[in-house]
Design a protein. Structure first.
Length: 273
């Protein structure tokens, strides 16, 4: 699967929003957990299942965030058992529950780490079969850690952010999508924050509003100068390979394989944007 730039969450009992999310985001996440009140859980399951059956082509870009507690998790997985879906988001991810889900589905998993225990288990979570990505649910995690929430001060979570990026890289799974921001009234701050998280090793972002998807895609789209430099590096690298040249210098800068790989990624993002 191509690594998504955007993951747009929407309540499972609002399939009108799911339709809109699938139209704008790389991945639409039908949320059966926090976005759905207890009394509406079954109705949300039925609504998502009906939507997936009615939209088989789009369904592969829809992931479902299931519940974590045993009763509702069983019901969620049973509802999805025969349906086409892109993957499953496991909230409050800890090794035992993620292993259980992995043993009961045949689709990729995103482990959403929202507890201190899950944070301590990052390496093991990344190694669970079917886990294709992992990231932080920072608001719940901050509560469990007794830290401030990221919209007030993200610095206390900087260590956790570095850990999840390193765990994904070490396990050779997809880089983590950047965590959600609950701020909907400060687009410039959202863009700046997204750019900072991308520099730190995250890829793409989890979103809760279509406007955030637009801002995320814009933050990930390379500028003309960056694209031109990437094309020059890739072109020079290809020519050097054909000529059997080992040491490559472009505009006075020595270029090694990691720089060439980064340049290729820039071109891929430019094409996607």
């Amino acid at each position: 699967m191509v690594t998504p730039r955007s993951w747009l969450f929407c309540p499972g009992d609002r399939t009108d929003r799911l339709t809109k999310a699938a139209a704008v985001a790389d991945v639409a996440v039908a949320d059966l957990e926090d976005a759905v009140p207890l009394a509406s859980k079954q109705a949300a399951r039925e609504a998502v299942a009906a939507w997936l059956r009615a939209n088989p082509e789009t369904a592969r870009r829809v992931w479902v965030r299931v519940n974590n507690d045993k009763v509702h998790l069983d019901a969620d997985l049973a509802a999805l058992a025969t349906l086409t879906v892109g993957g499953v988001v496991v909230p409050k991810a800890e090794v035992d529950v993620v292993q259980e889900v992995a043993g009961r589905v045949e689709v990729p998993l995103l482990a959403l780490v929202e507890t201190a225990t899950g944070l301590w288990q990052l390496r093991d979570l990344a190694a669970v079969e079917r886990v294709q990505a992992l990231t932080l649910g920072e608001y719940d995690l901050a509560l469990d850690l007794g830290a401030t929430t990221p919209d007030i001060d993200a610095e206390p979570l900087s260590w956790a952010r570095a850990q999840v990026v390193a765990a994904a890289a070490a396990a050779r799974i997809a880089p983590p999508p950047a965590p959600v921001s609950a701020r909907l009234d400060a687009p410039e701050l959202f863009s700046e924050d997204t750019a900072m998280l991308l520099r730190a090793g995250f890829f793409g972002r989890m979103c809760i509003h279509p406007r955030q998807v637009v801002l995320t895609h814009a933050a990930m789209t390379p500028g003309e100068r960056e694209v031109a430099e990437a094309r020059e590096i890739v072109s020079a690298a290809e020519e050097a390979e054909q000529r059997g040249i080992g040491v490559l210098v472009v505009d006075g800068r020595m270029v090694d394989p990691p720089i060439v790989l980064r340049a290729r990624r820039v071109l891929e993002l430019a094409a996607a944007g």
